[in-house]
Design a protein. Structure first.
Length: 579
């Protein structure tokens, strides 16, 4: 099997297209097992495929790593990959000067930049002629993720959008991009704040209200048989706060006398909590044909539709006739104070930033930071982020040798990493860059396009591979990783890497290295994968790229080498598994 790397020759080239053979040694198109879970090796000894995640191993001792300066380029690249999904050379240089703590402080201090809402307004999209055009939700999402300076904030907002999910797949009607802009801006606003404030804001957000049926839910009517909608009441417990089963602080399950997990809440708790969310509706103050204000204004109460009943859930009683605002506060305070919240949220954040299978000690340390930031404050998200990224298990390069450590990079994060690492610029001021959700031609994932409230993949997803199950390990991102999606991913990256899309990357530095293919591969591997691609595999990649004719005065050949090198790294299991 071959792939044509020079499909569109430059005008100064007279060479025929160069074909590089695609074998199991160089291009990981082959996938093993019925579910297509495991990428074949790139080749060479020391290969660590996705199956390596399913091998047993002890994690390093818990606790914070020293914020040492100087650090190596590999250490800097690894940290930045976890913290912001990419490691540009300039960012590596800054981090090596400031240290981890200094970099985090600088990111925490960056203000929220232009909001997605204001960007849509600036583009004239509040005009009624755009009322039913949903494409601008994709456009502002990519614009935010691929060009904003507050990269850690965007990283956290994207993570929260995958935990407290709102999706275009569940919205309908007018002004959908504005619904999503109000939601996205809220996640950005609270990314470095307090979890309780985030929980309160998301519970009154119009997009969430419409997505999970808070909007329009009304008190029980014995005549018609109407009951309060239970959708948000269920998901705010199951997915946003306490989870299904009681947890120890370290994230392990609490077991009853028979050795069975204990449920966190009952169906009766859901039914009761649902009463809290009755009567809430859109605030249409200022709304009009050319003003979608209701898609951002916090929900307001229609008192006549709010349940006056006494509400009992999770051992707390909200007295009858408690005003809706106060009932909501009591309910959310109760959820926030639940002992499950710290380990439940801590583990998911670790999974999305560092490793799919964190040690119990790692979870416990982050949960402790959630419970108390050192100054008696619960839910301080800055403290939680620091605890995750500065933890010894996150910072110790030797963790890469632990075959159960790491996570599969999501397809969206791979695209973001390529674009940000190589300064890809959008040549369209409207950021006309479409959804990447199509499984056959893109890669089964795109911001704001989750198929359900359960996101694209669940945190406890166990791939249908015996090794994962017998080791008791999970691989969330593998839920959308199969023969079709990986082939589509490689084909799509072939398209964007060659600058055929509206995103145009800058390969100036890499072209200067193209005549020395080991150096070229080494540089790309450092920027994209830290130290995770073994030297033997880099050697094979360099040899393959060197078969492409190139000379100092042949810009076409040099560019072709760079593109081939990028595609080889971006397709390699040792890159895809972030260590």
């Amino acid at each position: 099997m071959t792939v044509e790397l020079n499909e569109k020759p430059d005008s100064d080239s007279t060479e025929a297209p160069v074909l590089i053979p695609l074998t199991h040694q160089h291009w990981p198109l082959g996938l093993a097992s019925a579910g297509g879970l495991l990428l074949s090796a790139c080749g060479g000894e020391g290969t660590t495929s996705a199956a390596a995640l399913a091998s047993a191993g002890e994690n390093a001792a818990p606790g914070a790593a020293p914020d040492t300066v100087p650090m190596t380029e590999a250490e800097a690249s690894r940290f930045l990959g976890q913290a912001q999904m990419f490691a540009k050379p300039a960012d590596i240089s800054v981090l090596m000067k400031t240290g981890y703590g200094g970099w985090l402080n600088s990111q925490f201090s960056l203000p929220v930049q232009q909001t997605a809402w204001d960007w849509l307004i600036e583009r004239g999209r509040a005009d009624s002629s755009y009322m039913y055009n949903i494409d601008y939700a994709d456009y502002f999402a990519w614009k935010e993720l691929l060009s904003s300076e507050d990269t850690l904030r965007k990283r956290m907002a994207l993570i929260w959008s995958e935990i407290m999910v709102v999706s275009l797949a569940g919205l309908s009607g007018e002004w959908q991009p504005f619904y999503m802009a109000g939601y996205w801006d809220l996640l950005n606003q609270h990314a470095f704040g307090n979890f309780r404030e985030l929980l309160g804001a998301i519970s009154r957000n119009p997009a969430m209200g419409k997505f999970l049926n808070i909007v329009g839910s009304a008190k029980a009517d014995p005549i018609t048989g109407r009951q309060p909608d239970e959708n948000y009441a269920r998901e705010v417990m199951q997915l946003f706060t306490v989870g299904l089963y009681q947890l120890n602080r370290d994230g392990t399950l609490k077991l009853d006398a028979t050795g069975s997990p204990m449920e966190t809440y009952s169906q009766q708790d859901v039914t009761e909590l649902a009463k809290v969310f009755t009567g809430w509706n859109l605030d249409k103050t200022g709304n009009g044909p050319n003003n979608p204000a209701a898609m951002r204004n916090p929900l307001v109460v229609i008192d006549s539709k709010h349940s006056p009943d006494s509400i009992k859930f999770l051992g707390v009683t909200i007295p009858a006739n408690t005003p809706a605002e106060e009932a909501l506060k009591i309910a959310l305070d109760t959820l926030f104070a639940h002992p499950n919240v710290a380990p439940f949220i801590a583990k998911q954040l670790i999974q999305k930033m560092v490793t799919s299978n964190p040690s119990a000690a790692y979870v416990a340390d982050v949960a402790q930071a959630f419970e108390n930031n050192g100054q008696g404050v619960r839910g301080d998200l800055k403290a939680v982020i620091r605890s995750i990224l500065l933890h010894r298990e996150a910072r110790d390069l030797s963790m890469g040798a632990n075959p159960s450590f790491g996570r599969l990079r999501s397809p969206v994060s791979r695209l973001i990493q390529w674009a940000r690492t190589f300064n890809a610029k959008m040549n369209d001021p409207n950021w006309n860059f479409n959804s990447t959700i199509d499984a056959a031609t893109r890669f089964s994932q795109s911001p704001f396009r989750a198929p359900s409230v359960f996101n694209f993949y669940r945190p406890n997803y166990v791939p249908p591979d015996q090794t994962f199950a017998t080791r008791g390990l999970v691989g969330p991102e593998f839920q959308i990783h199969n023969e079709v999606s990986i082939a589509a991913y490689i084909n799509y990256m072939y398209f964007v890497v060659r600058n055929y899309s509206s995103l145009k990357a800058d390969y100036t530095e890499l072209i200067q290295l193209a005549l020395d293919t080991p150096q070229l591969i080494g540089r790309i591997a450092l920027l994209l994968a830290g130290q995770d691609i073994p030297a033997t595999i880099q050697k094979e990649m360099a040899a393959a790229v060197a078969t492409i004719p190139a000379a100092a005065n042949n810009s076409y050949g040099l560019k072709s080498r760079v593109e081939a090198a990028l595609l080889l790294v971006l397709s390699c299991p040792q890159y895809m598994i972030q260590k």
